[in-house]
Design a binder for this molecule. Structure first.
Ligand code: NDP
Length: 296
């Protein structure tokens, strides 16, 4: 079998187009422009690239982008004061504090100081609790994008065996909650899991979110399974480097029914879902109907 390649780039473009059309309706019919504030502390080069591209895509879909770049030695009090201002700013519907923060700042405290209704990353403890209890919440972007691709490819996920490899708060755990919400039978694996390959082999859906290059070979995959590869790993490639996922793409693609590539799979969906969450937050803040198909 040769797997169908799930094109995350094209899918993300469709999600952004949906967001853009909803933004334009909000402007035309209600005079509201959704706004996303991104806060970057310090000069981490990878974070700077992410923040730049988030800002560009935010304006491309017609939303307002507010960038706040703070010095690496910004104090906890200064950062909390900025979050407080953004919480109270009616033109800001989504707030994202770019992680990781410098070591002297308490990330948990900062994230939990964001108004949960504006927490478009879905990391606030209230949103984690709402998701865990099956209530309406802001859903973390990477798992949300993965869920959208699974639903699009498979239709109903009800009754399917899903195995999530990785139990982080930003990917593994919320992914498992979303799959459970769609009535999958879910197993979460991690570094202490015994006989990982046996567990993976029974899965109709495999979500790999580990951060270990090409850890999952095709021999672990059940024929016809759908493989969502969240991993982004940079490996040497001659004089340069290249990106690979947590799954060995070629061997997995021979066995799987469908697979997301790296790059071009889950990655592009993450920013698209951030924009989707912002428009959803804006609709909720204004008591307006939410766009369909952009939330869990
Ligand atoms: P974390 O490092 O926070 O979590 C990794 C998880 O993998 C942990 O739960 C860990 O288990 C588990 N793990 C490590 N080694 C093994 C092993 N040998 N067998 C089974 N499980 C193992 O990573 P993240 O969740 O933040 O990210 C995972 C990957 O996804 C990374 O490559 C990251 O770059 C990528 N990513 C991609 C995004 C995108 O937009 N596409 C967004 C976010 C992340 P334990 O808990 O026991 O230590």
């Amino acid at each position: 079998m040769t797997a169908q390649i799930i094109d995350g780039k094209a899918f993300a473009a469709r999600v952004r187009a949906k967001v853009a059309s909803h933004v334009s309706r909000l402007k035309d019919d209600h005079g509201i422009t959704p706004g996303l504030a991104v806060v970057l502390v310090g000069e981490d080069p990878a974070s700077q690239v992410y923040v730049r591209s988030k800002g560009k895509m935010t304006t491309e879909v017609g939303m307002e982008s507010f960038e706040h770049r703070l010095d690496a030695d910004t104090s906890q009090e200064e950062l909390l004061a900025l979050v407080d201002r953004l919480n109270n700013d009616p033109t800001v519907h989504g707030i994202l504090v770019q992680l990781p923060l410098p070591d002297h700042l308490n990330s948990e405290l900062v994230i939990n100081s964001i108004d949960p209704a504006k927490d478009v990353d879905g990391f606030h403890i209230s949103n984690v609790g709402l998701l865990g209890t099956g209530q309406k919440s802001m859903v973390p972007c990477t798992p949300l994008g993965s869920l959208m691709m699974l639903r699009d490819h498979l239709g109903s996920l009800s009754g399917l065996e899903a195995v999530v490899i990785g139990r982080s708060n930003i990917v593994g755990k919320p992914m498992a909650q979303l799959l459970l919400g769609d009535s999958c039978t879910v197993t979460i694996c991690h570094s202490r899991t015994k006989d990982l390959q046996e567990v993976v082999r029974r899965a109709d859906i495999v979500v790999a979110a580990v951060g270990r290059p090409e850890m999952v070979p095709g021999s672990w995959i059940k024929p016809g399974a759908t493989v969502i590869d969240v991993g982004i790993n940079r490996v040497p490639n001659g004089e340069k480097t290249r990106l690979v996922g947590d799954c060995e793409f070629d061997s997995c693609a021979e066995v799987a029914g469908a697979i997301t590539p790296v790059p071009g799979g889950v990655g592009p969906m993450t920013i698209a879902c951030l924009l989707a969450n912002t428009v959803t937050a804006c609709c909720r803040a204004n008591d307006l109907p939410e766009p369909e198909g952009l939330t869990a």
